[in-house]
Design a protein around this ligand. Structure first.
Ligand SMILES: Cc1ncc(COP(=O)(O)O)c(C=O)c1O
Length: 380
């Protein structure tokens, strides 16, 4: 028998560029922090999940559908697509489902991006666009933000003959900022028809500003436009992994060819259908988020910390120290938040808007940490 020498076999080298990818840094799971620090009563405000938990209707669907998990799911997710199509006012052919919207963002790369292409996204935009660009071996064209916000005019100016895809997170994670309807309309006038525009609207249902762009018309007009949305955020199903893309059918079709046949589980499909129906739960989640946001804004004002106005279910908070140090200090008090130096914000953290109790606990802990730091500096 011949064994392959793993240390020398050139065949085993990954594709060019893969070695430049940093594995995705997810928010620490509660169990890991419990194990590492030996503390209980931990709260996680690090991954922008819905603090209210899943909807009752979705939980019922999870219990019922679990009796069927010896069967493969419907590969085409017919029932969920029919429900979504009705909910959105599009046809089923406009929809592509994914293992989270992350999967759809990646399917776009698999179906469309080749190594010679350029992909435009903003510095400080959601990290997956850079990941997809690297996986596809394409060239990233990273456009600076202005006031922590995507500058669509600068992104349009960065388009070249090689541009294939432009990713825009609206609202953006981690900044929480958004581009407006007018900015989007002006941008779309400048984008040539052979460039694919992707609007990542993972936090769509949380947005309260009236000047937020409704982008479905771009899809319905048959423009090169893909919207991605998710059941992970307001619909409270992050752990089940289900999201979707909305695009002209001609753009959906190639993505359907490259996706895994069973990329959305049977339980996820059943839960998503019920979550979509549970408009009372969505409304409660929106209200809860607005109340939490107001509480946190007021409390942060009192502590004297700056933050960005958010349209999501999280807030980017600027600190005087390194965000990583503050996140570490919070962790020791059992509160998991995200340092965001990797997004170009070394002096900031991102905190998910939690339950009333969680928000209060976060503010109390943060105030103590900052007070101690201030005392330490004055004593030096
Ligand atoms: C802007 C943005 N897009 C997409 C996602 C991916 O979410 P999911 O794959 O759970 O749908 C996230 C998750 O945090 C996000 O913040």
């Amino acid at each position: 028998m011949r064994f392959i020498d793993l240390s020398t076999n050139a065949m085993l080298k990954p594709k060019p560029g893969i070695d430049t990818i940093q594995p995705y840094q997810a928010g620490k799971p509660i169990e890991e922090v419990q194990r590492e620090l030996g503390i209980t009563d931990i709260i996680k405000l690090a991954s922008n999940e819905n603090p209210l938990g899943p909807s009752q209707l979705a939980m019922q669907a999870i219990a019922e559908s679990s009796r069927q998990v010896h069967l493969y799911p419907d590969s085409n997710a017919c029932y969920l697509k029919a429900d979504l199509a009705e909910h959105l006012g599009v046809s089923e052919e406009h929809l592509i489902l994914g293992n989270g919207s992350n999967d759809v963002l990646q399917l776009i790369g698999e179906a469309y991006i080749v190594p010679d292409d350029e992909v435009i996204y903003a510095a400080g935009a959601f990290v997956v666009y850079s990941l997809v660009t690297k996986i596809c071996g394409a060239t990233a064209v990273v456009v600076p933000m202005h006031k922590d916000t995507h500058q669509l005019s600068a992104m349009a100016a960065a388009i070249t003959e090689k541009t294939k895809v432009i990713y825009v997170a609206n609202p953006n994670n981690p900044t929480g900022t958004m581009v407006t309807a007018d900015e989007t309309a002006a941008f779309m006038e400048q984008v040539p028809p052979d460039v694919l525009v992707v609007f990542d609207e993972a936090y769509y249902e949380y947005v309260t500003r009236p000047d937020y762009p409704q982008t479905l018309p771009y899809v319905l007009e048959g423009r090169n436009f893909i919207i991605t949305r998710t059941f992970s955020k307001i619909y409270g199903l992050a752990g089940l992994r289900i999201g979707y893309g909305i695009a002209p059918p001609a753009l959906v079709e190639p993505m359907n060819r490259v996706r895994q046949p069973f990329n959305c589980s049977l339980v996820a499909q059943a839960a998503a259908r019920e979550a979509l129906k549970d408009s009372a739960y969505v409304a409660e989640s929106q209200k809860h988020n607005t109340t939490g946001k107001t509480f946190l804004y007021n409390a942060l004002d009192k502590i004297g910390l700056r933050y960005t106005q958010t349209e999501g279910n999280f807030i980017m908070v600027f600190v005087k120290q390194l965000g990583a140090d503050i996140a570490d200090a919070l962790l020791k008090k059992g509160i998991i938040v995200r340092p965001i130096a990797g997004y170009g914000y070394p002096n900031a953290i991102r905190v998910t808007i939690g339950t009333e109790q969680e928000n209060e606990r976060f503010i109390t802990a943060l105030s103590e940490i900052i007070k101690n730091e201030r005392t330490d500096t004055t004593q030096q």
